[in-house]
Design a protein around this ligand. Structure first.
Ligand SMILES: Nc1ncnc2c1ncn2[C@@H]1O[C@H](COP(=O)(O)OP(=O)(O)OP(=O)(O)O)[C@@H](O)[C@H]1O
Ligand SMILES: C[C@@](O)(CCOP(=O)(O)OP(=O)(O)O)CC(=O)O
Length: 378
């Protein structure tokens, strides 16, 4: 490395929307049709790690994603880079201004499936923007970086913050802001169930474009549903009202997938295992005589389940009995729960068909913080 070269390494979290973003009013600027609300997951198990290096000797921008060389000239990658360079070029520090003219080499890795509906574009672009800001030593506020990450992928603007986050469709600039910090609801847990780690056939960008062009249900959602739902969800989070939070989360996921079916030609993101998980959650809640678990699905078959700590062992035991086919410490990753003897619950939950092995593994996480610098001196 040239003695003038500099590099920085950071990690960024994924975020899972509980009120979904689906559809844009401006494709180029990535302005959403409606506000959305998400929860940032901890980076103990799932994260993007990005190293950015700049140097006068580099002749072109480059990106290596998950060990595969990319071209570095992708429009969204270049949009993020050029916005960051503009900020660096206007810095009061001459060394930062000089660095803004150098090319950049990015090496990034997601330690979970990419393009599988698990928000890799969110952690990926949040990490890219955050790492470059660290590298250029920008004094930008996190909300400024949120607007830049949005140019890479809409949902990425929410991953700049930890905790509970709202992305405003009509703010100037269009950014996300926290509703509450990660510590606000320490009992909340998230169980990510990986049903399939293969890439989805229609990406979110193309899928939501198609929905915005063809789905009357999406029009109805934007005009008549989502505004009230955002306010209700915000209150449920602030009050830590799990029952209210869970019902809105499930209804919003269901509406999003109804819009996918209402899209022409339709989009099929969930599969029969996803449907079995939905059924299991409803039956479980029925038996428990209250809503104890909520599901949400992004643009893929993988489920994200929310529940409180007091319920985790009981639900995990049932879930494992139905879907698990590997030893429990392999099936559960992250914060591996203790299992109970689930015989009673399972007897009344037995599904019609064998589902063992249909969920590959699960990751149990807490609500987490935003991106962080992991340079030895960072
Ligand atoms: N670590 C990363 N660094 C930079 N870009 C990334 C990174 N990870 C993913 N991406 C970008 O995001 C794209 C995948 O986004 P896509 O929306 O298709 O899937 P997803 O984010 O995993 O799923 P979803 O958004 O539906 O939850 C990749 O093709 C790549 O362009
Ligand atoms: C279903 C979603 O996960 C859609 C995410 O879409 P992206 O942010 O990946 O789309 P682009 O802005 O086109 O890159 C819902 C959500 O995260 O709100």
């Amino acid at each position: 490395m040239d003695c003038k070269s500099r590099s920085s390494t950071c990690i960024a979290p994924i975020n899972i929307a509980v009120i979904k973003y689906w559809g844009k009013s401006d494709e180029e600027q990535i302005i959403p049709l409606n506000d959305s609300i998400s929860i940032t997951l901890d980076t103990d198990y799932m994260f993007t790690k990005t190293t950015a290096t700049i140097g006068p000797e580099f002749t072109q921008d480059s990106i290596v994603l998950n060990n595969e060389q990319g071209s570095g000239d992708g429009v969204r990658f270049q949009n993020c880079l050029s916005e960051i360079r503009k900020l660096a070029a206007s810095s009061k520090h001459s060394s930062t201004v000089e660095k803004s003219t150098w090319k950049v080499a990015i090496v990034s890795e997601n330690n979970f499936p990419t393009k599988a509906g698990l928000a890799s574009s969110a952690s990926g672009y949040a990490c890219l923007v955050f790492t470059l800001a660290q590298l250029y030593e920008l004094e930008s506020h996190q909300s400024e970086l949120s607007a830049l990450a949005r140019r890479g992928s809409g949902s990425a603007c929410r991953s700049l913050f930890g905790g509970f986050v709202r992305w405003f469709h009509d703010s100037q600039p269009c950014i996300a802001r926290p509703i509450a910090e990660a510590e606000h609801w320490p009992e909340l847990r998230c169980l990510v169930a990986v049903v399939s780690n293969t890439s989805k056939s229609v990406g979110s960008t193309e899928g939501m474009r198609r929905s915005a062009e063809t789905s009357k249900l999406l029009e109805h959602r934007v005009k008549h549903v989502v505004r009230d739902r955002i306010e209700d969800m915000k209150m449920a989070i602030l009050e830590k009202n799990f029952v209210k939070f869970a019902e809105i989360t499930m209804r919003d996921s269901n509406q999003f997938h109804a819009i996918c079916l209402d899209t022409y030609p339709p989009l099929f993101y969930m599969n029969s295992t996803s449907q079995a998980i939905i059924q299991l959650v409803h039956r479980y809640n029925q038996i428990r005589r209250s809503i104890k678990v909520a599901y949400t699905f992004d643009a893929g078959p993988n489920a994200v389940l929310f529940l409180e700590q007091a319920e985790i062992s009981r639900f995990a035991s049932v879930f494992y009995s139905v879907f698990g086919s590997t030893p429990h410490d392999q099936f559960f990753r992250g914060k591996v729960p203790d299992l109970l003897d689930p015989t009673e619950d399972v007897a009344s939950l037995v599904p019609e068909k064998a589902l063992k092995g249909q969920v590959q593994y699960t990751i149990v996480c807490n609500v987490g913080q935003g991106p962080k610098n992991i340079d030895p001196t960072g």
